[in-house]
Structure formats: C-alpha cells, structure tokens
Design a protein around this ligand. Structure first.
Ligand SMILES: Nc1nc2c(ncn2[C@@H]2O[C@H](COP(=O)(O)OP(=O)(O)OP(=O)(O)O)[C@@H](O)[C@H]2O)c(=O)[nH]1
Ligand SMILES: [Mg+2]
Length: 363
C-alpha cells in the first residue's frame, strides 16, 4: 500500500482552510480518489465538522485542543479514516490559532509511523489581511496574536494567499510584489478557493514532491508569547433553538447573526471568526463573518420553517465574560425584533489553555 498523502492545512482563523478543503476533497472524490478530512478545534461543537459532514465527505474530529496537544487523538482519527478503505489523501485542518506544526505534528507523525505518510503543510492567509499586516509594520491584532500570525506563515511548506477574487487586478499585482518581497524563499500560491481551477492548482502543487521536504527546519518559537496570543481570544460555542409562530425562523436566525456581528464590531472587538451552522430541517448552511467581513459571505436560504437550530462558534479577541454578555444581549434583542422564542443549549466559553504539545521533535 502506498503512503497516505496528508495535506496538513494551517493558517489564521477565517483564512479559508475549510472552504478549500471541502472543494478539494469533493474534486478528488469526483476523480474516484478516496479521501477524508480531520477537523480540529479547541471546543467540542464544531461548525466545520458539521459542514464537512453535510457535504458527504468522510470526516473525523479532534476536539478539546489543537492537534499538537491532542496528538494521540489525531493518530486515532487518521487510523479511523484509514480503516474505512484505501484512503489516499487526508486533509487535516489545524485550529486557526495554532502554530509550530512541523515540530509537534509532522515530525512525530513521520517518526512514529515510518513509511506511512507524506506530509505537506499549506498555510492559508486572507490576502486582504496579509497585505494590511505587511503594510502596517506586521501589526494588525494584539502583539502576541501578530506573533502567532507571523509564526504560522514562517513554517509553511506552501503559503496559500487566499481570496484573491476579492481584490482588483491592480491590487493583486501590488499584493504579489509585497508578499513575494517578504516571503521570497517560499513557495507561494495565489488562490481563489471558490474556483475549481485554483483548487486543482493547489492539489497539483502539494502533490509535487518538491513541496514535501524530507526535513523541515524547526520553528524558533517562544511558547509564552504564543500561549499569551492564544489566550487573547475568547471561544464561545453554543447551540441555539429558534421557534417562531409563522414561517420566519430562518429570518430570525439571520437577525440574531447580524445583531451579534454588529454588536461585536460596534464594541471594537477584533473578530477572528464568527461562524454559524444553520439547520432548518431541510437545508444546512454555514455562515461566516471574518476579520474583514463582506456581504457576499452571508449566504441566505429561503425557508418556510418555524423552527431552526443554529450552532454558534465565535472566536473573538475579548474576555469570555464580555463575549457571553454580547451573545445574551443579541439573543434578547432578537427575541423582540424577530418575535421568536430562543432556547440556549450547551454553552461553553473559554480561553484556550497554555499550549503543551504531546511531542516536540526538532527537525
Ligand atoms: N471570496 C472568497 N471567500 C472565501 C475564499 N475562501 C474562503 N472564503 C470565505 O471565507 C470565510 C471563512 O472561510 P473558512 O473556510 O471557514 O475559513 P477557515 O480558515 O476554515 O476558518 P477557521 O476554521 O475558523 O479558522 C467563508 O465565508 C468562506 O466562504 C475565497 O477564496 N474567496
Ligand atoms: Mg475552518
């Protein structure tokens, strides 16, 4: 049996990892190739897992911590996907605030499973965020969060500069100049993950042996700064039930999403990623607001449902209690604005703990 191609996909919150993985996995499936996905998050109720699952792609989830701190769970997830058939390509999406993947994930996997995997680390960046970051003296978030953003890109085998469809042609030229100057030694792909052509280009580059170094230099990283950066973000996960008298439950869900987004933005708390999974009993849809939200990211479904379920995953640079308060206030406002009854289930809200990788093996 040949080696499994493990396409480890990192990069900041909301940069487009899940979108690219879903399109790439679907493309490979259409080619008759057996593929699977491992999702990962600090929490247990993951929008991305439900989203990938809803598209019919085999998915395993590593919960309650990043791949590095839950290394054994990653191994189990990979074994589970492999046990279901001759899987050829596995996409593993790491948490958007996670760094140091080469030393804590790739090197242990290669060392403890000799001959089993070929790994390529793609690190995604939203082109608009990356451009602002580079033009602004590498400052965009709080200092320690900037540090994580920078370290993620530093260890990429391939940097995926994503969402280029959102720039004008002139701005793409400018972006390429600025980004190539900063990351001259790296393989860089300029990508629109909504386009089949771009996705095929990504797959072809990561399938090329040149993107798959035998040994990677170990990232020089200060764990105290990295841990402090992760602890800047509050993570809130919660399932919401919305019931209306008429057929307007989906509208009420959009009112809640927009009210919450507007409240966080009005208070000036930087959004890592505010994502939702909406289920009206017939259709399931993922809705995202990222650091630089755009209207086209808010997909609408037409529905006559009088009850829906909405899963909230909010990753926001704020104190957990503040984020909880914003969610509660948005729920109360929505009940009045949209004449609905909202029930809350399984709310968790926390800051990620100090990163303590199970293994750290220098390259
Ligand atoms: N226009 C455009 N939008 C994109 C592209 N890639 C992703 N998006 C949008 O960006 C938002 C975030 O995408 P995700 O794929 O969820 O990002 P992610 O990196 O998986 O986010 P986390 O898992 O939270 O870290 C969604 O609204 C996507 O539709 C792209 O190439 N072009
Ligand atoms: Mg994702």
């Amino acid at each position: 049996m040949g080696k499994v191609k493990l396409l480890l996909t990192g990069g900041f919150l909301g940069s487009g990892k899940t979108t690219a993985i879903q399109h790439a996995a679907r493309y490979l499936q259409q080619q008759g190739r057996i593929t699977g996905v491992v999702t990962n998050d600090q929490g247990t109720q993951q929008v991305d897992t439900r989203f990938i699952n809803s598209t019919g792609i085999p998915v395993e989830e590593v919960a309650n911590g990043c791949f590095c701190c839950r290394y054994e769970d990653l191994e189990k997830s990979l074994a589970s996907l492999k046990s279901k058939g001759q899987v050829e390509v596995v996409f593993a999406e790491s948490v958007g605030s996670c760094a140091d993947l080469a030393a804590t994930v790739i090197n242990p996997l290669l060392q403890y499973n000799p001959g089993e995997y070929e790994v390529v680390l793609s690190v995604f960046a939203d082109v608009r965020l990356l451009l602002t970051f580079l033009q602004n003296g590498k400052r965009i978030f709080f200092d320690t969060v900037n540090y994580i953003y920078q370290k993620q890109l530093e260890e990429a085998d391939v940097i995926i500069v994503n969402k280029i469809d959102l720039l004008t042609a002139d701005d793409v030229v400018l972006a390429k100049q600025i980004i190539a100057t900063e990351y001259g030694g790296k393989k860089i792909l300029y990508q629109n993950s909504l386009s089949g052509e771009s996705i095929q280009q990504w797959l072809s580059v990561v399938s090329d042996g040149a993107a798959n170094p035998e040994q990677r230099p170990t990232l020089l990283i200060d764990y105290d700064t990295y841990g402090a950066g992760e602890a800047e973000m509050a993570w809130l996960d919660e399932e919401i039930g919305i019931v209306t008298k008429g057929d307007t439950a989906v509208n009420a869900a959009y009112t809640l999403m927009n009210t919450l987004h507007a409240a966080i933005t009005a208070q000036g708390y930087p959004i890592g990623h505010l994502k939702f999974f909406l289920d009206d009993g017939e259709e399931e849809v993922k809705i995202s607001f990222t650091t630089i939200a755009t209207d086209e990211q808010v997909k609408r479904i037409i529905s006559k449902a009088n009850r829906v379920i909405l899963l909230i995953n909010a990753r926001v640079q704020a104190e957990p209690a503040v984020l909880q308060h914003l969610v509660t206030t948005a729920i109360i406002a929505t009940e009045q604005l949209a004449h609905c009854k909202i029930t809350e289930h399984n709310q968790t809200c926390f800051k990620p703990g100090y990163p303590r990788p199970t293994h750290r093996i220098a390259g």
